[in-house]
Ligand binder design. Structure first.
Ligand SMILES: [Zn+2]
Ligand SMILES: [Zn+2]
Length: 64
């Protein structure tokens, strides 16, 4: 099957700037980190942070 590159929103790791291939909120394979996406501005937010550095929205990570 032909792989056509669509101009999707590309997400980049906030740590290493490598492109993250996961479609939604998975993470960077290079760093081995999990990244959430801000529900408000959709910026990638490192898992450690509880607030979006872009807009200040609270990030609800995994509860456990
Ligand atoms: Zn990375
Ligand atoms: Zn945000």
């Amino acid at each position: 099957m032909p792989e056509h590159e669509e101009p999707r929103t590309r997400q980049f790791c906030p740590y290493c700037d490598e492109e993250m291939l996961a479609p939604d909120g998975a993470g960077c394979q290079t760093c081995g980190i999990t990244v959430f996406y801000c529900p408000r501005c959709r910026s990638p937010v490192p898992r450690d942070l509880k607030k979006c550095p872009e807009c200040g929205a609270e990030i609800k990570g995994e509860a456990a």
